[in-house]
Design a protein around this ligand. Structure first.
Ligand code: TRP
Length: 461
C-alpha cells in the first residue's frame, strides 16, 4: 500500500474493513479462550473488558492520531515528528512484528491442517486431543507454517491487499453466523451451565491477591491476571506495534476517529466473546476440562472437533468450514503484521517491495521454527511478545502522544462528533502510562520467575 504515490482509503468502509480484518483473527478465537482457560476463567474476561475501555480504546485512538496527522509509516512518523528522537520505537515495532508473526504462522498452520484433515477420517478415528498432540509440533507443523508464511508473503508482494476489504466483508459475517450457531448448539448440551459459570461469573478470590511487603501482607488486584488481560487487549486489537497507525495513515481528515475505534473494538470483542460462548459450554458438556488443563494452548483445537464429530454427517463439513474461515481470518491479520514490517524495511533501507517482503517473510519463517517444534516455546514467545513487547510499545506510544507530540487533542477533534478529546488526553497522559508501566514490571518479574523455575527445578514460583 505504501508505494509510489500515497493513496487514501476510497471509502470509510474500506478502512474499517481492513482494520477489522487485522483485529479479528487467531487472537479472538484461539488466544482469547486459551488465556481465559489459562487464567482460570471469568476474572480474566472481566479484567479484559475493563482494560478495553481504559487502555485499549485510548491507545487505538493514539495510534490513529499519529498515523493520520503524519500520513507516514511508523518508522518515518516517529523519526520526523518531533525534536526528540523516537525512531527506536519504530525498531521495536518491527521486532514485535517479527516475533508475533513467527509463531502466529505456526498456529495458522495448525488451522490449515485441521481444515484439510476434516476431509479424511482422522477425526473419526482419533480424539482431537491425540490429533492435536501429533500435529502441533514437529516436521508437519514446520511444513504448514512454511505454507502459511508463503501465502502471506505472496499476498504482500503482489500488493493485492485491496482484496482484503472484499474478503473481510464476506468472512466476518460468516464467521459470526457459524460461531453463533455453535454457541446455540452448545447451549442445548447437558452440562453446559458449568461452562457458563466458569466463563462469565468472576470470582473475587481470584481477582484479589495478597502480596507480601516485608512483614506485611497487602491485598491488591491480581497483577498476573491483569497483565495477561492487558496483553490480550493489545494482541486482539492489533495495538502496540504500529499496525493501526499504518492503516490510519491513509485516512482522510474528515473521519471521526472515535467512531471508527468504537466500531472496530466492538466487532473484535464481540467475536471473542462469542467464541467463548461456544467453547466453554462444550468443554464442560464433553468432559474436556482435564485435557484442556493439560494443554491450554490447544483449548480451541481440542474442543471444537469433539463437538463437530457428534453432529453426524454435517459435522466434518462444519469442521472444514470453521477452520477454513479461521484460516482466512488469520491471513488478513498476518498480512497486516507483515505489511508493517515490510513498509518499515522499505523506508529504512530503500529496497524494493519484493525484496523487502520476501526477505522478511523468510526470516520470520526461520524464527518460527522453534515454535513449530515445541508448544512450550510457542507459549513463551507469545508471552514475551504480548505481555512485554506490545505493552512496551503501548507505553511508549502513550508517553509520546501524551507528552511530546504537538497538539494531539486538536488532531483528534478533527471530524469528531463527540466531545471526548480532553477525557482521552487525560487517560493517555495520567492513566495509561503508569498502568502499563506497572504491568510491564509484573511481566518482567513473572518471566524471570518462570525462567528461574526452569533453571532450578523445585525452586522459584
Ligand atoms: N489482532 C490479530 C488477532 O487477533 C493479530 C494481529 C494482527 C496483531 N496485527 C497485529 C497483534 C499487530 C498485535 C499487533 O489475531
Amino acid at each position: 500500500m505504501s508505494d509510489v504515490s500515497r493513496g487514501q482509503w476510497n471509502t470509510r468502509l474500506g478502512f474499517i474493513l481492513a482494520a477489522v480484518g487485522s483485529a479479528v483473527g487467531l487472537g479472538n478465537i484461539w488466544r482469547f479462550p486459551y488465556m481465559t482457560a489459562e487464567s482460570g476463567g471469568a476474572s480474566f474476561v472481566f479484567l479484559y473488558v475493563v482494560l478495553l475501555f481504559i487502555i485499549g480504546i485510548p491507545v487505538m485512538l493514539a495510534e490513529f492520531v499519529i498515523g493520520r496527522s503524519s500520513q507516514l509509516s511508523p518508522v518515518q512518523a516517529l523519526a520526523q515528528s518531533s525534536q526528540r528522537n523516537w525512531a527506536p520505537l519504530g525498531f521495536l515495532f518491527v521486532l514485535t512484528g517479527f516475533t508475533i508473526l513467527s509463531y502466529y504462522s505456526v498456529i495458522a498452520g495448525w488451522t490449515l491442517q485441521y481444515m484439510m484433515d476434516s476431509l479424511g477420517t482422522v477425526f473419526q478415528d482419533h480424539s482431537s486431543e491425540q490429533y492435536f498432540q501429533a500435529i502441533s509440533a514437529g516436521n508437519r507443523a514446520i511444513f504448514f507454517h512454511l505454507i502459511f508464511m508463503g501465502l502471506t508473503t505472496g499476498i504482500v508482494v503482489a500488493g493485492v491487499e485491496n482484496g482484503i476489504e472484499r474478503a473481510v466483508k464476506v468472512l466476518i459475517p460468516l464467521l459470526v453466523v457459524l460461531l453463533a450457531g455453535l454457541a446455540v448448539w452448545a447451549y442445548r448440551q447437558d452440562g453446559a451451565v458449568e461452562g457458563y459459570t466458569y466463563y462469565l461469573a468472576p470470582d473475587v478470590n481470584k481477582l484479589i491477591k495478597s502480596y507480601s511487603l516485608g512483614p506485611l501482607s497487602v491485598p491488591f488486584l491480581n497483577l498476573e491476571i491483569l497483565s495477561d488481560a492487558a496483553g490480550q487487549t493489545f494482541f486482539t486489537l492489533s495495538l502496540g506495534m504500529g499496525a493501526m497507525l499504518t492503516y490510519s495513515s491513509y485516512l482522510s481528515k474528515q473521519e471521526d476517529l472515535f467512531e471508527e475505534t468504537l466500531i472496530i473494538s466492538a466487532f473484535d470483542t464481540g467475536v471473542a466473546l462469542l467464541a467463548g460462548l461456544a467453547i466453554f459450554p462444550i468443554i464442560h458438556a464433553f468432559n474436556l476440562v482435564e485435557k484442556v488443563g493439560e494443554s491450554t494452548v490447544g483449548t480451541l483445537f481440542i474442543t471444537l472437533p469433539e463437538a463437530f464429530r457428534t453432529m453426524g454427517g454435517w459435522g466434518m463439513f462444519l469442521n472444514f468450514a470453521f477452520f477454513a474461515m479461521l484460516l482466512l481470518a488469520a491471513l488478513t491479520s498476518g498480512i497486516s503484521l507483515l505489511e508493517v514490517v515490510t513498509s518499515s524495511v522499505i523506508d529504512e533501507y530503500g529496497i524494493s517491495r519484493n525484496v523487502a517482503a520476501t526477505t522478511s517473510g523468510l526470516a520470520i519463517f526461520l524464527l518460527g521454527v522453534p515454535a513449530a517444534l515445541n508448544t512450550a516455546w510457542l507459549s513463551l514467545a507469545d508471552k514475551i511478545a504480548s505481555n512485554l513487547l506490545l505493552l512496551l510499545g503501548g507505553f511508549m506510544l502513550s508517553v509520546y502522544v501524551g507528552w511530546y507530540m504537538s497538539a494531539p487533542a486538536e488532531e483528534l477533534r478533527r471530524g469528531l462528533g463527540w466531545n471526548i478529546s480532553s477525557l482521552w488526553l487525560g487517560l493517555i497522559r495520567y492513566v495509561v502510562p503508569p498502568v502499563l508501566f506497572l504491568l510491564l514490571m509484573t511481566g518482567f518479574w513473572g518471566l524471570s520467575q518462570d525462567l528461574l523455575a526452569q533453571a532450578l527445578p523445585g525452586a522459584g514460583g
